[in-house]
Design a protein around this ligand. Sequence first.
Ligand SMILES: CC(C)(COP(=O)(O)OP(=O)(O)OC[C@H]1O[C@@H](n2cnc3c(N)ncnc32)[C@H](O)[C@@H]1OP(=O)(O)O)[C@@H](O)C(=O)NCCC(=O)NCCS
Length: 137
Amino acid sequence: MVTLRSGRLDEAESIVGVWREAEAEPTTTDDPERVRQLMAADADAVIVAEEGGRLVGTVIAAWDNWRGGIYRLAVVPDHRRRGLGHRLVDEAVSRLRAAGAARLSAIVVDDDEGAMAFWTALGWYRQPARARFVKNL
Ligand SMILES: CC(C)(COP(=O)(O)OP(=O)(O)OC[C@H]1O[C@@H](n2cnc3c(N)ncnc32)[C@H](O)[C@@H]1OP(=O)(O)O)[C@@H](O)C(=O)NCCC(=O)NCCS
């Protein structure tokens, strides 16, 4: 049985390992120390899916007191298409709603057909006429 719960500080390496195993598009912030910092600041922000002691999925539900951001959604390949991604997003949405969020967003690689189909299947929509500007510090 796959259980969803908040990630623990001592799991930061395994959490980053799930992103690698899931071949989630690498980002500059894929770093266990940053994951620990996030968990220390908000113990509910990192959600993990665990089965028999193994982490098989993750999602970050980040509330910045203005909007809710969903990041690092990942399900390991041997657990896909069983509704786990959907469960993880539902849990993230419910935590962000409880925190006070009224609008949520997720960044999706636009040529990743599986990820695009996933978010569309969950009823999210792609916002037209907006671009994301980023700056690495
Ligand atoms: C995207 C991802 C999280 C989906 O996880 P999952 O557990 O397989 O998703 P679910 O089983 O909850 O899928 C829910 C629905 O989304 C759609 N969907 C999910 N994956 C899909 C795919 N590869 N192709 C087409 N539709 C897909 C389907 O409609 C599915 O329902 P169905 O299985 O009844 O047809 C997973 O494929 C993954 O980790 N991918 C690599 C990392 C990534 O792309 N992350 C998302 C970045 S935003």
